[in-house]
Ligand binder design. Structure first.
Ligand code: NDP
Length: 246
């Protein structure tokens, strides 16, 4: 399917997977709406995309804030008319062992990784239902399938996104022609680990194997593939690992 002229809202576009996906989709003629909290980074990305001939709009937004989502939707409709793709990607991963009871960080993970996804769906679904078309692409993780040390809460938020996405697909895809895709990456080299504050975990990760991780662009390519399949094809799930990851 030709993506030219489609419009995608991309959360977490200020770095990593979101940034790479914005560039990849913009290259394919998609109007990209860049959302995150760091406006300066989004403006830099917009300039890069625009200079390469693409169309981008910056909307500073915190995915946990429903008012911000209203602003995202209003601005997107004003500039580009339709909302064809929602890339629900924003996330954070402040790992720690449960016994440390870092409850503020637990709440942040639930708020951003899970509620942020739900907020995005709630904001865009009515528009896609009216259009009778659209594609919601949620980013979970291999962590949604497998626990890893320090990841009890992070893995729980990702498992929730995984199950929510399957429920969403079954409820809306057949009835409204809205596709739903889940992206489950293994280890990708991004800023995600910078959200870790726990010194023990930082040390453990520092000692991790010398495996070659995925790059953000590897995930962007998978997203672009899923987005470009014909309307009657729903890529349910992309589970993608570095070759050396067990
Ligand atoms: P990055 O840290 O590079 O990107 C995270 C993005 O989320 C940033 O753009 C950040 O922007 C945004 N973000 C965080 N909190 C909020 C918020 N409250 N509102 C809006 N945006 C927010 O990491 P990745 O690119 O790796 O992460 C993207 C997704 O991929 C996450 O959901 C992560 O869990 C998932 N993932 C990552 C893997 C990896 O190994 N890197 C593996 C599997 C899944 P800002 O700070 O400007 O708001």
């Amino acid at each position: 399917m030709d993506l030219q002229g489609k419009t995608a809202i991309i959360t977490g576009a200020s770095s990593g997977i979101g940034e790479a996906t914005a560039k990849k989709l913009a290259e394919q003629g998609v109007n990209v709406v860049l959302c995150a909290r760091r406006t300066e980074k989004l403006e830099e990305l917009k300039d890069e995309i625009t200079q390469s001939g693409g169309n981008a709009l910056v909307v500073t937004a915190d995915v946990t804030n429903k008012e911000d989502w209203n602003t995202v939707i209003e601005n997107t409709q004003e500039h580009f008319n339709s909302i064809d793709i929602l890339f629900n990607n924003a996330g954070l991963m402040p790992l720690s062992y449960v016994e440390k009871l870092k409850t503020d960080e637990w709440e942040k993970m639930v708020d951003v990784n899970l509620k942020g996804v739900l907020n995005g769906v709630a904001a865009t679904l009515p528009i896609m239902q009216e259009q009778k078309s659209g594609h919601i692409i949620n980013v979970s993780s291999s962590a949604g399938r497998k626990y890893f040390p320090g990841g009890a809460v992070y893995c729980a938020t990702k498992a929730a996104v995984t199950m929510f996405s399957e429920g969403l697909r079954q409820e809306i895809a057949p009835e409204y022609g809205i596709n739903v895709t889940l992206i489950e990456p293994g280890f990708v080299s991004t800023e995600l680990q910078d959200t870790i504050t726990d010194e023990d975990i930082k040390e453990q990760l520092g000692n991790m194997s010398d495996m070659t991780p995925l790059q953000a662009n590897d995930i962007a390519q998978a997203v672009a593939y899923a987005a470009a399949t014909p309307d009657h094809v729903n890529v349910n799930d992309v589970y993608i690992y570095p070759t050396q990851q067990k």
